[in-house]
Design a protein around this ligand. Structure first.
Ligand SMILES: Cc1cc2nc3c(=O)[nH]c(=O)nc-3n(C[C@H](O)[C@H](O)[C@H](O)COP(=O)(O)OP(=O)(O)OC[C@H]3O[C@@H](n4cnc5c(N)ncnc54)[C@H](O)[C@@H]3O)c2cc1C
Length: 278
């Protein structure tokens, strides 16, 4: 079994580095092959540009990154740094994204990794997305630190519900590519708590890593609920919508149908599963 840690922090003395080191140590102890992509140390290029393609373009007149990258992936003309990361993704059974939360999201260098590595053809296609996604046999998870304390990311907190913050990355990136998404590991405000609390956080993380691969992934809306055609607009089947009318909550954080969000939907898998999800 192989684990890829895509890691974005500038300092080896940071709390993020400590979290990453605990993961490397614990996973190696369990016999995993662990690979770390240390994005800042690699000076990983964050921008999506023409330089990502070796050789001819399909259309030099109007450069369309998505189309050109998919063609380059098919023709094996992607730049070497992207090819190397794609090879690591292919070999991994689990990918852990380790980062400090920047503007409710990943740091730019990690967003660049997502944009440049998880490209059409390699990571998704119209036929291979969500439940049928390319990486449906792999797991992925977010592990991140915040500046904010936990209460600030509650529905009544000043930043709003963390479930909403997590939805674009966990659904829009990871689930879209088919990954089984493990519940996120969140380290709340490590810079603003006593050293003993930070040490305890690292210990909890080490304990969680022992059973990580047998955890139940988060649940997302099953693709079966949607009319996957252009005529149907890739929207919920009318029967699925009707069936949901009597439920107290929406289907997911994103597919809320104007109802209250299913509580902590992006933080943990509901016990026993929920109807209409997978
Ligand atoms: C551009 C930008 C945007 C941001 N946007 C957001 C946002 O949207 N929401 C939000 O909540 N926050 C945001 N932040 C804050 C950011 O998320 C936090 O600063 C970051 O998560 C803190 O993690 P760190 O690893 O950098 O902490 P560090 O400052 O590196 O570490 C915290 C403390 O842990 C100590 N430490 C290191 N190793 C260990 C160890 N082994 N054991 C115990 N202690 C140790 C360090 O010495 C330090 O005292 C943003 C920051 C920036 C720069």
């Amino acid at each position: 079994m192989s684990v890829l840690i895509v890691y974005a922090h500038q300092s080896p003395n940071s709390f993020n580095a400590a979290v990453k080191d605990v993961a490397v140590k614990e996973l190696e102890k369990q016999g995993f092959k662990v690979t770390v992509s240390d994005l800042y140390a690699m000076e990983f290029k964050a921008t999506s540009t023409r330089q990502d393609i070796n050789g001819e373009l399909k259309s030099a007149e109007l450069f369309r990154y998505g189309e050109e990258m998919e063609a380059a992936w098919r023709n094996d003309t992607l730049s070497n740094d992207i090819k190397q990361e794609q090879q690591k993704v292919q070999e991994a059974d689990l990918i852990i994204f380790q980062f400090p939360l920047y503007w409710f999201s990943v740091p730019a260098i990690m967003k660049g990794w997502i944009d440049r590595v998880l490209i059409g053809g390699f990571a998704f296609s119209l036929e291979k997305m969500y439940d049928s996604g390319v990486f449906k046999d792999k797991k992925a998870m977010l592990s991140f630190t915040t500046g904010a304390m936990e209460s600030m990311f509650r529905p009544e907190g000043i930043n709003g519900d963390i479930n909403v913050t997590l939805w674009p990355l966990q659904n829009g990136v990871l689930h879209f590519c088919g990954f089984q998404v493990l519940p996120p590991q969140i380290f709340w405000g490590p810079a603003h708590c006593p050293h003993t609390v930070r040490t305890a956080m690292l210990e909890t993380w080490g304990q969680r890593l022992k059973g990580l691969m047998s955890e139940t992934p988060l649940q997302f809306a099953s693709s079966k609920l949607f009319d996957l055609s252009f005529q149907g607009g890739f929207c919920l089947h009318p029967e699925a919508k009707k069936e949901r009318e009597t439920h107290p909550y929406g289907i997911t954080t994103g597919h809320h149908l104007g109802k209250p969000l299913p509580p902590d939907h992006q933080l943990r898998a509901p016990p026993g599963g929920a109807a209409g999800t997978h």
